[in-house]
Ligand binder design. Structure first.
Ligand SMILES: Cc1ncc(COP(=O)(O)O)c(CN[C@@H](CCCC(=O)O)C(=O)O)c1O
Length: 400
């Protein structure tokens, strides 16, 4: 039958296509009374639902046939122009709309990775990128980080020794560790990448989620200042509008974008036409969009503070964490020897969930780390959820 036929003939081909830990936990935590800090779920209470309903109706009434018809793979021209206008040195031809930056990761992997290609990643890095790249069978080169990001000495040694196909970097509120890379480090990394002619894939999913201060320049912008051409940039409306719309973009040199267009033609023809037109209707109102982003920043700052005080109250004293300056996550480091996968099992007994850290490490390390998202939790859920986690952690660490 088909199943045994599949097992005999195809299982080898799909050996690198494995489950996403976040996606699998997300399914599990739908039970009532469950408190999950697993998925980086944007705050649903901040989705501009009413505005989306009105804009969608207006688009359908005024441009129905266009909104519901097939459209070009490159994406809705006004939206591409809006994105290009915010990226130094970019024109719409450098911009490709994709269905979530997750698709951008997949298509980039499809275009850049051969079996065995070396891909340089941060340790830890976004596990969704590993899920996207794995089917193309890369070999990962992991480089560790200090408090602000990639260590330059290790990075240069790795670039020299391995000449990787590209490096995947998250400079702004890194997922999962929350790190924010400073300007000097950003400049140094862009210069090193150019020196070793190693393209950077910059994933800027949390670009707008600063709690305070002004955004730092993107690696894309810093590379432009040196002549450009060495950074491919990803960002998304998932964290500023609504993730269910699946509207994101890739910005890069024309030959690369051209290949990503062709790959997308073979993947899904184009991203949803209506959703692209809707996103443009929302972001074109600069005043509203800035106010929306400000609402989100303030809400996440508040929820971050709630989680910080709950951590201080309930965690064993030898549990450490990085206090984020933006983004959605706390990254916890437990004492060596504490297996966060085992802790997750205990936590699930208490109807609480988080993402264990090991899937974020391409080199299989990080057993004693875990990621907590505060973005869509209420104050009560944070208090109760951390109390449950604290109970499980104290039990595991053998402390009453
Ligand atoms: C660095 C980074 N790059 C891409 C994505 C995917 O975002 P899109 O919605 O595809 O634009 C994300 C979103 N990651 C969230 C959401 C995952 C949602 C899920 O798998 O349920 C997380 O880490 O929990 C990200 O953090």
């Amino acid at each position: 039958n088909l199943e045994s036929y599949y097992q005999s003939r195809f299982a080898a081909r799909t050996r690198r296509i494995q489950a996403s830990t976040i996606r699998e936990i997300l399914k599990l935590t739908q039970e009532p009374g469950f408190i999950s800090f697993a998925g980086g779920l944007p705050a649903a209470d901040l989705f501009p639902t009413q505005r989306i309903a009105e804009a969608t109706q207006r688009i359908l009434l005024e441009h129905g046939p266009q909104a519901l018809q097939y459209s070009t793979t490159e994406g809705y021209p006004p939206l591409r122009e809006w994105i290009a206008s915010r990226m130094p040195g970019a024109s719409p031809e450098n911009v490709q709309i994709v269905s979530g930056s997750q698709q951008g990761l997949d298509l980039f992997g499809k275009v850049f990775i051969d079996p065995g290609s070396k891909v340089l990643v941060e340790a830890p890095t976004y596990l969704g990128a590993l899920s996207a790249f794995n089917p193309y069978e890369p070999r990962y080169i992991s480089v560790s980080m200090d408090e602000e990001g990639l260590r330059l000495d290790e990075l240069e040694a790795a670039l020299e020794a391995h000449r990787p196909r590209f490096m995947y970097v998250l400079p702004t509120f890194q997922n999962p560790s929350g790190r924010l890379m400073g300007l000097e480090r950003r400049k140094a990394i862009v210069e090193l990448a150019r020196k070793y002619q190693t393209p950077i894939l910059e994933d800027d999913a949390y670009a707008e989620l600063y709690f305070s201060g002004q955004p730092l320049p993107t690696l894309y912008a810093l590379d432009q200042a040196l002549g450009g051409g060495n950074v491919v940039y990803l960002s998304t409306t998932s964290k500023t509008l609504a993730p269910g719309l699946r509207v994101a973009w890739v910005v890069g040199p024309k030959p690369v974008i051209q290949k990503i267009v062709y790959a997308k033609q073979g993947a899904d023809l184009h991203s949803p036409t209506l959703n692209q037109m809707l996103v443009y209707e929302l972001v074109r109102d600069e005043g509203w969009y800035r106010a929306q982003i400000e609402r989100i920043r303030q809400a996440y700052q508040t929820r971050c503070n709630w989680m910080l005080s709950a951590l201080q109250k309930y965690m064993p004293e030898d549990m450490g964490w990085i206090v984020p300056q933006g983004g959605m996550f706390f990254w916890l480091t437990a004492p060596e020897g504490l297996d966060s996968l085992e802790l997750l099992k205990q936590a699930i007994e208490e109807k609480m969930a988080f993402v264990p850290g090991q899937p974020f490490f391409a080199d299989g390390s990080g057993k004693n780390t875990l990621r907590l998202s505060y973005s869509s939790a209420t104050r009560e859920q944070i208090e109760e959820g951390l109390r449950r986690l604290g109970r499980a952690a104290h039990r595991m660490l053998g402390r009453a």
